[in-house]
Structures are given as C-alpha cells and as structure tokens.
Write a protein that binds this ligand. Structure first.
Ligand code: ZN
Length: 104
C-alpha cells in the first residue's frame, strides 16, 4: 500500500464507491480492471484504477476512473500484481538511470 492509498481523499473515494461497485458485483456485471474476467459474487475484490495513478495522477480521485479488481489475501489478486508490476518497472527504470554514464 502506498502513501496515496492512506490518504483521507482515497479513503473517502473508496467508501463512496464500494457500495456502487458491490452492487455491480452482486448483479454479476462487474469486470476486473486488471485481468478482464468477471468479479463474481463472493470473490474478494478491491477498488482499483482504470488509468494508473503514475500516468494519470490528475484522474486518481475521479469516480469513473475506479472499478473492481480481484484482490485480497486469498485467491487471485490482480490488484496486487498490477501494483507489483508498476513498482518493479519503476525500480528498474531508476536502476537503469543510476548506472547510465552521462554523455560528454
Ligand atoms: Zn482479475
């Protein structure tokens, strides 16, 4: 969990959107943002971003930019995998930059 996910603004958005998204799950219309598979009633899920916070920070708190993503402690956890992919890519880019020689 990042510092962003501990902010009051994110917490308020999640509290507002969870019932809306839960209704979609219960109706059988929810789709995982990360794997594209259905999020079925009884599945563990989390509120995730459609357009990532890294590439679209100005959209991070928009209602329409969040949706369901499989997540939690058991079963599929697409939300955590997506976060790990993002974190690993960011670390790799930082490591590459730090080892590159400056052109003279
Ligand atoms: Zn998924």
């Amino acid at each position: 969990m990042t510092a962003f996910h501990r902010t009051a603004a994110w917490g308020a958005l999640v509290r507002r959107m969870r019932p809306v998204l839960q209704a979609q799950v219960d109706a059988g219309t929810a789709v995982c943002l990360d794997c594209g598979r259905p999020v079925l009633p009884g599945d563990r899920w989390q509120v995730g971003h459609r357009l990532g916070r890294d590439s679209h920070p100005h959209l991070a708190l928009m209602d329409w930019n969040v949706g369901t993503s499989h997540g939690g402690q058991k079963g599929r956890s697409c939300n955590q995998r997506a976060g790990a992919r993002y974190g690993n890519a960011k670390r790799a880019a930082r490591a590459k930059r730090s080892t590159e020689m400056l052109p003279w």
